[in-house]
Write a protein that binds this ligand. Structure first.
Ligand SMILES: [Zn+2]
Ligand SMILES: [Zn+2]
Length: 133
């Protein structure tokens, strides 16, 4: 029984990681759920959420908070920032690395321990800024 559960868990986990790895659109949990369901039809949304929470905790994926309520996920764990398009809601990667310096600055004024941060810029994506004019 125990082994069976472990196998099922790793299969779902593997599938979630693959779905995330194949896109750079920073999908929501429900997008990931629909894609995973094409391969594992009996998977539940709750299971996908639990797996995503575990993967986030382990540092295998990054959870991004955009300014609406939906959480989005990223399989790219190397240091980078994000730009959220104010018009179409797309999230793009910006590879600037200020992780160490910024963490140290925060720790200077914070009594606890800082282990990371996430930066989201707001603006217009390439396509929307083209449409703009
Ligand atoms: Zn846009
Ligand atoms: Zn990203």
């Amino acid at each position: 029984m125990k082994n069976q559960n472990a196998t099922r868990y790793s299969k779902q986990r593997e599938c979630i990681l693959r779905v995330l790895g194949e896109t750079d659109t920073h999908p929501t949990a429900s997008y990931i759920y629909h894609r995973v369901r094409e391969e594992i039809p009996n998977v539940s949304l709750g299971t996908v959420y639990r797996n995503l929470a575990k993967l986030t905790e382990e540092g295998a994926v990054i959870k991004i908070f955009s300014d609406d309520t939906s959480e989005r996920y990223d399989a790219c764990t190397s240091p980078h920032c994000h730009v959220l398009c104010r018009r179409c809601g797309s999230v793009s990667d910006v590879f600037i690395d200020c992780s160490d310096a910024l963490d140290k600055e925060a720790e200077k004024v914070y009594d606890g321990k800082i282990s990371g941060h996430s930066i989201t810029f707001w603006g217009l994506c390439e396509k929307c800024s083209r449409d703009d004019g």
